[in-house]
Design a protein around this ligand. Structure first.
Ligand code: FMN
Length: 316
C-alpha cells in the first residue's frame, strides 16, 4: 500500500475517549496526515448503535480516515461491513491490542494475539467484501513469554492485510514500561522490500521520539498520549524532520487552541457533553504552565463553557 493512501507518515493514533472528530480536526490543523477513529464495536455497528454512528462521523473536509473495528471473530465483522462501507473508510483497521478486560474476555483486542488464525480470518472476511485496504494494530504478544508479533504479522499479511501498526508492548505491560524500539527494527527488517506499510506506536512524546522510530526503518509513526493536549507535536515533528530543530508553542497558543478545541467539541456534541468530556483534554493543554493549580481546580468543577473559558483565560 502506498503511504499517499493515508496522506503521509504522521498519524493520530486511535484513543478511545479522545480521538473524536473535534480532536481529529485540531490534529489535522496542526499537520496530522490522517487519524484513526476510536475503536468501534463491530457488533455495535452491525446493530446500528447510535453511539457507534457518532464515532464514525467526520469533521468537514476530513477526506481520509482510518476506521478501527474491534470484535472477537469474523462473524460480527461480516455483519458490520455493509454499514461500515457506507462511511467510506480509507483503511479498515482491526484492533488486536486493546488490553481492557471487558474487551479481552470476549476474545477481541489483544486476545486476538493468542488466536492469530482468527485475526487472519477477520482480514480475509473484509478482503472478500471490499477493496478497501485492511490494517492491523497489534502488540508484541500476550506477555513476555509469548512474543509472537512476527508470526502474527506474517499470518495477517498473508491473509491480505496491507498495513501493520505495532504497539511495541505486550498485553501484560498495558501502557506502562518502555516500548521496545528493537522490535520495530526487527519488524522493518522482516518486511524489507515488501509493500506493507509499517507503523510504530509506543512512547512517542517528542519529535525526537518520532524520528527515532522512523530511523528503525518504519514507514510512519502513530502519536497517541503524546498528542493529548498537544496537537502541536505534528507541526513540531514535521519541522524537526525538515530542519533538525523545532519551535514549541507559546503559552498563548496553547490556551487559544484549548479554547478552539473546546468550541469544536461543543459544536459537534453540545455544551453539556463537551464540557464533561473535554476536561481531561483541557488539563493536558495546560500541563506544565506555572501556577496553574487554581485553573485546574476550576476546570475540574466547571459545568459550562463560560466557566471553562474563565479558567483557561485566567492563565493568559
Ligand atoms: C486512553 C487510551 C485509549 C486508547 N484507545 C485505543 C483504541 O481505541 N484502539 C487502539 O488500537 N489503541 C488504543 N490505545 C493505544 C494507543 O493507540 C497507543 O498504541 C498506545 O497509547 C501507545 O502509544 P504511546 O505510548 O505513545 O501513548 C489507547 C491508549 C490510551 C492511553
Amino acid at each position: 500500500m502506498d503511504i499517499k493512501t493515508i496522506g503521509g507518515p504522521f498519524i493520530l493514533a486511535p484513543l478511545a475517549g479522545y480521538t473524536d472528530k473535534a480532536f481529529r480536526e485540531i490534529a489535522h490543523e496542526y499537520g496530522a496526515d490522517c487519524s484513526v477513529t476510536e475503536m468501534v464495536s463491530a457488533e455495535g455497528l452491525a446493530r446500528d448503535g447510535e453511539k457507534t454512528k457518532t464515532l464514525l462521523e467526520r469533521f468537514p473536509g476530513e477526506e481520509k480516515l482510518i476506521i478501527q473495528l474491534f470484535g472477537p471473530s469474523d462473524d460480527p465483522v461480516r455483519r458490520a461491513l455493509p454499514k461500515l462501507i457506507g462511511y467510506k473508510p480509507t483503511v479498515i483497521d482491526i484492533n488486536c491490542g486493546c488490553p481492557v478486560p471487558k474487551v479481552v474476555k470476549t476474545g477481541a483486542g489483544s486476545a486476538l494475539m493468542r488466536t492469530p488464525e482468527m485475526a487472519a480470518a477477520i482480514v480475509r472476511t473484509i478482503k472478500e467484501f471490499t477493496d478497501t485496504p485492511v490494517s492491523v494494530k497489534f502488540r508484541l504478544g500476550w506477555d513476555e513469554k509469548s512474543m509472537n508479533y512476527l508470526d502474527f504479522a506474517e499470518s495477517v499479511t498473508e491473509a491480505g492485510c496491507e498495513m501493520l501498526t505495532l504497539h511495541a508492548r505486550t498485553r501484560a505491560q498495558g501502557y506502562s514500561g518502555k516500548a521496545d524500539r528493537n522490535a520495530f527494527r526487527t519488524l522493518a527488517k522482516h518486511f524489507e522490500g515488501s509493500n506493507i506499510l509499517l507503523f510504530g506506536s509506543g512512547d512517542v512524546f517528542t519529535p525526537e521520539d518520532a524520528a527515532t522510530l522512523l530511523d528503525t526503518g518504519l514507514s510512519g509513526v502513530m502519536f497517541a498520549r503524546g498528542a493529548i493536549g498537544n496537537p502541536f507535536i505534528f507541526r513540531e515533528t514535521k519541522e524537526y524532520i525538515q530542519k533538525g530543530t523545532y519551535t514549541l508553542p507559546e503559552r498563548e497558543e496553547r490556551i487559544a487552541v484549548a479554547l478552539r478545541h473546546l468550541d469544536y467539541a461543543i459544536k459537534y456534541f453540545g455544551e453539556k457533553i463537551a464540557c464533561r468530556e473535554m476536561k481531561k483534554q483541557l488539563m493536558a493543554y495546560i500541563k506544565g504552565i506555572p501556577a496553574s493549580s487554581k485553573a485546574k481546580n476550576a476546570i475540574g468543577e466547571a459545568t459550562s463553557r463560560d466557566e471553562l473559558v474563565k479558567a483557561l483565560t485566567s492563565l493568559r
